[in-house]
Write a protein that binds this ligand. Structure first.
Ligand SMILES: [Zn+2]
Length: 500
């Protein structure tokens, strides 16, 4: 609109003042009109910025800068730079922006929505790379306002030390080298002639047995030796004889148990060795037999693979059999809380790649009747953090619902040790949640924490798993059949009748 038209508007609507930036052709153009409540002193005006000083009754004078952003994205910075320089020239005045681009940030708290206690996504998006943003979102927020502090992640106490930084770098280097080494390592099955693999795939046996052989040769099975090589802290010695490292070769051919099986089998035709063969030696040995008598070799290999499979299964049955001790109570079951006390079972799950986490909480009364069941998706960086977050959520929910007497059960001994001993310093990633729980305890008339076996906490576990596939917190309807059945089973002492 041209200046003349604004003059008309000004007169008709009784505005006392008017400043117009004329359009260029059909584009741009700005107008600012004001009435007699204020006095305006126009300091500068152009197509992007109108800068004014305002004086109003009962109010100290202030500056207002009206901005019309540049439609060309790459020129927008120029506009903001100009505003900054205009503000910078005004001594004694503090710059205040309503635009997030130059949002005044001085502490972590500025990135937190104080009302909702959540991270401000708009600011995180503006200031951080996606990978950093993801890491930030995984930091849980305390319910209480806290001082900013620096935390060094690699150490549990969060305090930086040169030694730990050095150790971290060495560890990173080792991991890098190990990754390179394993990718260039000659795999066992490369050592076995191709012809043998053809025979193996062709033998008449169950597909799972063929797959078993393939995994065994490929070092993909969890033998003592295999696990120890993958840095799992276990004893790599054969659990059956206790004399040798449990390699596949030992397990299948050398161990006294296996030798007895081969001896007692009807197998007449197999590779002969003077000492215990390694797996690939044994398999390569079949090549000779196939050249002599293909039919017999094929039949024998099928039988032999079956024997290998059963030796492996027998080994697993032994390894995974529950340890029996005279004090263990086979009929341990979820216990009802006393009358007037609510029991909360809490659990957390974290996917292997740590990309998703979930919390589960269920409240039940003294009759075992479910009062509330929650699945809460949650950014987690460790299971301990998750367990603490689940307990924190349970405590908040109980307080919100007006429950003053609470029993809290979970299956993390570590968490229990931190809750029972206020002087123990938790790992930094879980410290905020644990501090919250310690503070919330004071709001209850009575509260107790108990660590229970995992299978007695299966409903909370199920709820936490459900949280992995949902977007926001779910308060499950109490009539939902699967939940009802789970609770019924637990309340009647039958804890093993269901599996997720
Ligand atoms: Zn053995």
């Amino acid at each position: 609109m041209k200046r003349e038209k604004f003059d008309v508007v000004q007169r008709k609507r009784n505005f006392t003042g008017c400043v117009v930036v004329e359009p260029r052709g059909a584009s741009g153009g700005l107008a600012l009109l004001w009435n007699d409540f204020v006095t305006l002193n126009v300091l500068s005006s152009d197509a992007r910025i109108v800068d004014v000083e305002v004086t109003a009754a009962d109010h100290p004078p202030f500056f207002l800068t009206w901005v019309y952003g540049d439609p060309l994205r790459h020129k927008r910075k120029e506009v903001w730079d100009r505003i900054t320089s205009i503000g910078g020239q005004r001594q004694g005045y503090k710059l205040q922006y309503t635009c997030p681009l130059n949002y005044h940030l001085s502490s972590v708290a500025d990135f937190i929505d104080r009302g909702n206690r959540t991270w401000r996504m708009d600011l995180l998006q503006l200031y951080f790379q996606p990978s950093d943003r993801e890491a930030i979102l995984k930091i849980p927020l305390s319910l209480f306002v806290a001082e900013d502090k620096r935390i060094w992640g690699p150490l549990p106490n969060g305090i930086f030390s040169v030694k730990s930084a050095y150790q971290m770098l060495v560890k990173m280097q080792d991991e890098k080298e190990a990754a390179n080494a394993s990718s260039s390592r000659v795999r066992n099955w490369d050592l076995v002639p191709d012809s043998i693999w053809k025979h193996i795939w062709a033998i008449r046996t169950l597909p799972k047995i063929k797959t078993f052989i393939w995994h065994a040769w490929n070092e993909g099975l969890a033998t003592g030796d295999g696990l120890a090589n993958r840095k799992v802290p276990i004893d790599p010695v054969c659990a059956r004889c206790g004399t040798q490292r449990e390699t596949m070769g030992h397990l299948l051919f050398e161990c006294s148990f296996s030798r007895a099986i081969w001896f007692g089998s009807s197998l007449t035709h197999s590779p002969s060795f003077t000492s215990a063969p390694s797996l690939h030696e044994w398999l390569s040995g079949w090549d000779v037999l196939f050249r002599k008598d293909k039919g017999l070799a094929r039949e024998s290999l099928a039988k032999a693979s079956f024997i290998c499979w059963y030796i492996w299964r027998a080994r697993n049955d032994m390894a995974h059999a529950p340890a029996t001790s005279p004090t263990s109570n086979d009929k341990a079951c979820w216990a009802l809380p006393p009358v007037g006390v609510l029991k909360a079972n809490c659990d957390a799950v974290l996917t292997k790649d740590k990309s998703r986490g979930g919390l589960g909480v269920i409240f039940r009364d003294h009759r075992g009747v479910q009062m509330k069941a929650l699945s809460i998706p949650f950014h987690l960086s460790s299971v301990l953090q998750g367990e603490a977050a689940a307990v924190q959520s349970a405590l908040i929910q109980a307080l919100e619902d007006g429950h003053q007497r609470l029993q809290v059960e979970f299956d993390s001994k570590e968490l229990l040790s931190f809750l029972l001993d206020p002087n123990r310093v938790p790992p930094s990633e879980a410290a905020i949640m644990i501090a919250d729980v310690r503070r919330l305890v004071a709001s209850f008339m009575s509260i107790s924490f108990l660590c229970i076996p995992r299978d007695l906490n299966s409903i909370a576990d199920t709820l936490a798993r459900k949280a992995l596939s949902i977007m926001c917190k779910i308060d499950w309807p109490l009539t939902i059949p699967w939940l009802h059945t789970l609770c019924l089973n637990e309340a009647t002492g039958c804890t093993h009748a269901f599996d997720q």
